[in-house]
Design a protein around this ligand. Structure first.
Ligand code: HEM
Length: 230
């Protein structure tokens, strides 16, 4: 069996792929948050950052293609794993067997589905700007005279709508909950977790996920509260 066959067919290979793709996607959402937090700086910062990303041209498409591939593999293996676990679950006693698994671990499929549904909504909202085609015409002049898209104004207008903001906050809360188990499980799979540190790794992961949630939620809340303005 070649390496790809081994990774996709063996149970250990599939676990490794789940962990690897999960950690790549976590890296993306953490980096994305860092970029978005520039909304708290003068507008030129986030607009120059968005312009820099767009200027990557083919490089940006390569990154997008790699992230999409990771997402597809992660979701595909998650579906397989869920179906296999369901098929293997003993039905004899008619009661659900509750083991030491945490609630977050048992809700991974459901929280994953919500995150998956959030992505097309979010892309349609801010990347494709389906509901507000006019956002593409908002422009901003950088200090060096370059005319760029005004992503800062777009975010302020977008999160000025409170139902949209509430939806984002709930979605990132559910993503943070998904990550709170995903990070621990991935670390365990790639062999970095040792029994002595189990509790500490779990606590650190939960703390990171809380921080991730609070920093993300701060963006729409700051816009709604009028702390960040155009
Ligand atoms: C409060 C949280 C979030 C905010 C404020 C936010 C903001 C944004 C904005 C403004 C853009 C468009 C950038 C541009 O027009 O240049 C964008 C793109 C994107 N966001 Fe988010 N986002 C958030 C959460 C998320 C989450 C949780 C995910 C993934 C699960 C995500 C995935 C993406 C992707 C894939 C893109 C497209 C990137 C590209 O163009 O290649 N975002 N986000």
């Amino acid at each position: 069996m070649n390496l790809l066959g081994y990774l996709f067919k063996s149970s250990i290979g599939r676990k490794f792929l789940m962990a690897f793709t999960g950690l790549v996607l976590f890296g993306f959402v953490a980096g994305h948050l860092a970029g978005n937090l520039q909304i708290f700086l003068p507008p030129a910062r986030i607009n120059a950052y968005a312009h820099m990303l767009e200027s990557l041209g083919a490089g940006l498409w390569l990154i997008r293609a790699f992230l999409l591939l990771c997402l597809v593999i992660h979701v595909w293996l998650a579906i397989q794993l869920t179906l296999e676990n369901r098929a293997a679950r003993p039905q004899a006693y008619g009661v659900e067997h509750v083991n030491r698994a945490t609630l977050a671990s048992r809700l991974m499929a459901r929280t994953g589905i919500v995150v998956l549904a959030f992505i097309p909504f979010h892309l349609a909202h801010y990347t494709l700007r389906v509901s507000h085609p006019g956002w593409s015409e908002h422009t901003f002049r950088l200090a060096d005279g370059t005319l760029v898209r005004d992503v800062h104004a777009m975010m302020i207008e977008g999160f000025g709508n409170w139902p949209v903001s509430v939806f984002y906050i709930v979605a990132v809360g559910i993503l943070a909950y998904h990550l709170s188990h995903g990070i621990v499980s991935s670390i365990q799979t790639i062999g970095l977790k040792n029994e002595r540190w189990t509790a500490q790794v779990e606590r650190l992961s939960v703390a990171c996920c809380w921080l991730y949630f609070l920093l993300n939620a701060a963006i729409p809340l700051a816009v709604l509260g009028g702390f960040v303005r155009a």
